[in-house]
Design a protein around this ligand. Structure first.
Ligand code: ADP
Ligand code: MG
Length: 240
């Protein structure tokens, strides 16, 4: 689904990604782990072209993306993203938040977009919230709306950047539950998270990043039971 080859990215003199190679297969859940500042968000943002890399290649669905020539809005339609801070439109209702992109980007008819939106809201357990505004929702509900909004574009892959990090602890579970459900439906996902339980239970592959490089990649039972590097052992001692 996604193939990243020798990706390099610097901000000024700070090299943040130092040659990342990563393949994400269809229907797989890849969990990205690593300390703060290791480059996880930057890598996700390069996959979605919110950030432009300096060197390397990104292939999506067997197509190499050349960001000078490719219509990046088309690419972004195929890659949904969910952020730590939800990023809902505050002046729009839940339903309006979800139908915005399908109508204006995909040119879907309003009625069809609303029909789909209500189905997605039911899926994330929020059908009764369609008419409410984001400020009336809890953080967990906002994040579930953000997930429904991303799904409304029917992306081929979903990227999650610490989707539960801004939530009160008692609201984390409801968001993880929705993500688990998506995983069980075979949606291809790349998830940056500090929720090790989720990584152990849901990930097909765990990727451990450190200082802009991938140090380890393994199925969760291997990574958590037999981490290879000193860095990953140290990381796991801190988070487990
Ligand atoms: P992580 O998500 O793993 O915490 P990030 O990808 O956010 O790491 O950041 C990696 C490094 O890049 C950090 O040192 C961060 O300060 C730096 N960085 C990220 N975005 C920018 C930016 N837009 N401008 C300058 N430095 C940045
Ligand atoms: Mg980050």
């Amino acid at each position: 689904m996604i193939c990243i080859k020798q990706l390099h990215k610097s901000f000024g003199s700070l090299e943040v990604l130092k040659g990342i190679d990563l393949t994400i297969n269809k229907n797989q859940v890849v969990v990205l782990l690593g300390s703060s500042g290791s480059g996880k968000s930057t890598l996700l943002r390069c996959i979605n072209f919110l950030e432009f890399y300096d060197q390397g290649e990104v292939w999506i669905n067997n197509k190499k993306i050349d960001f000078h020539q490719t219509d990046l809005n088309k690419v972004r339609e195929e890659v949904g993203m969910v952020f730590q801070h939800f990023n809902l439109f505050p002046h729009k209702t839940v339903l309006e938040n979800i139908i915005e992109a399908p109508i204006y980007v995909k040119k879907m008819k309003k009625q069809e977009a609303e029909h789909t939106a209500l189905e997605l809201l039911a899926k994330v357990g929020l059908k009764d919230k369609a008419g409410e505004y984001p400020h009336m929702l809890s953080g967990g509900q906002k994040q579930r709306v953000a997930i429904a909004r991303a799904l409304a574009m029917e992306p081929k892959v979903m990227l999650f950047d610490e989707p539960t990090s801004a939530l009160d602890p008692e609201l984390v579970g409801e968001v993880l539950q929705v993500m688990k459900q998506l995983a069980s439906e075979g949606i291809t996902m790349v998830v940056v998270t500090h929720e090790m339980g989720f990584a152990k239970e849901v990930a097909d592959q765990v990727v451990f990043m450190d200082e802009g490089k991938i140090l380890e990649q393994a199925p969760p039972h291997v990574f958590f039971n037999q981490p290879e590097s000193e860095r990953s052992k140290k990381f796991l001692r801190r988070v487990l």
